[in-house]
Design a protein around this ligand. Structure first.
Ligand code: KG4
Ligand code: ZN
Length: 344
């Protein structure tokens, strides 16, 4: 049975994992760079690239040692080849190319978003295509119809900020530091979600997209007014974000052909309140709800190895001269959303 080595280095986690085709994660290691970036309140690309370069090779060695196997027993090498911070992506991809060349094994250049999109299938063997995917991370907020590995139709995207970005910026405004999402969720647990009136951008709109920039600005105004506790602001922000997510996902369910499940993935999918609200929405529509375990939601290499297994199973691999891609949409045919890098 195939074993794939996965490598992830597109943002601030250096990660390696060995996954077998029967969905067994033989070993996985993640080296977080949170401490290196914390003083700057966000990820510094140059620091990230250097940290990946220092940590990746020992991490791969440790992962192989933990699984008790050698490179010769691995069937393919999969690495994130984009989208992401290009310095880090290049470190991971070049390492994967060298290992593939040295061991004469196929290379799989994985789209990081595909890693997130297929991660629920690693966690749940019963999850079949097609499914409706809400992909919510630090860089993306999209609804996708997933028809198969490599077959994605984008139904909606954000016209401004990603939801993870809104969580991170709100955290910064509230002095919660970096990384922001988990800190906002913790503080929200102590506040009243109805206390601060905040906008719900694009809620009820005919167009399918998301928008979070106005919500973030409203958090800034609420903080500056001095009228609210930070916990109430955090709780109200999280509630407004949930209301937007649910409204937009409900809209998508109404427009898409029958699907097997509603699935959430990406770093923000680690948020328990968001998971609970989506689960309720799914049951309203008699849909299965699938959310990967928390460790598979935030960036990790098991999801990259798994995407590699899915593509290997389809007989696919990539040439050793595959070029890293800073931008790489899952659905290249999707019409540009208003505002998303498009000049009016
Ligand atoms: O998928 P991911 O690990 O990296 C990207 O590919 O972007 O997502 C990271 C994002 C960050 O914005 C982080 O603040 C957010 O996911 N996040 C959360 C939570 N945990 C991570 N947002 C809300 N609640 C959480 N518990
Ligand atoms: Zn990610």
């Amino acid at each position: 049975m195939e074993i794939v080595l996965g490598i992830e280095s597109s943002c601030d986690e250096t990660a390696a994992a060995l996954v077998r085709a029967d969905r067994t994660v033989l070993a996985q290691r993640i080296a977080s760079q949170d401490d290196a970036h914390r003083p700057y309140g966000g990820v510094v690309p140059e620091i990230a690239a250097r940290a990946h370069a220092e940590r990746l090779t020992p991490l791969i060695d440790a992962t192989l040692a933990e699984a008790g196997i050698s490179l010769t027993e691995v069937d393919a090498i999969a690495a994130t080849a984009g989208p992401g911070l290009i310095g880090g992506v290049m470190v991971g991809l070049v390492t994967a190319k060298a290992l593939a060349m040295a061991s004469d094994k196929p290379l799989l250049a994985i789209n990081h978003l595909e890693g997130h999109a297929l991660s629920p299938r690693l966690a749940d063997p019963d999850l079949d295509f097609p499914y409706l995917l809400l992909l919510v991370s630090g860089g993306h907020c999209q609804l996708l119809l997933v028809e198969g590995a490599g077959k994605y139709r984008r139904l909606a995207t954000t016209i401004d900020d990603a939801l993870g970005e809104a969580f991170d910026k709100s955290a910064k405004l509230l002095g919660l530091g970096y990384p922001g999402g988990p800190a906002v969720e913790r503080l929200a647990g102590e506040g009243d979600p109805q206390a601060v009136p905040l906008p719900r951008p694009l809620m009820g709109a005919k167009e399918p997209h998301f928008s979070f920039a106005g919500l973030k600005s409203a958090v800034l105004r609420a903080k500056e007014s001095g009228e609210h506790t930070d916990a109430d602001i955090a709780a109200s922000f999280q509630q407004a974000a949930i209301d937007c997510l649910i409204d937009r996902t409900r809209h998508a369910i109404g427009t898409v052909r029958p699907v097997n499940a509603l699935v959430v993935a990406g770093g923000v999918a680690a948020n328990k309140a968001i998971r609970a609200a989506l689960e309720e929405l799914a049951s309203e529509h008699d849909l299965c709800f699938v959310a990967p375990p928390l460790a598979l939601c935030t960036d990790n290499a098991a999801m990259i190895a798994w995407a590699g297994i899915e593509r290997l199973t389809l007989g696919q691999s990539d040439p050793l001269d595959f070029v890293a891609r800073p931008r790489w949409p899952l659905d290249p045919d999707a019409a540009p959303a208003r505002g998303a890098g498009v000049k009016a």
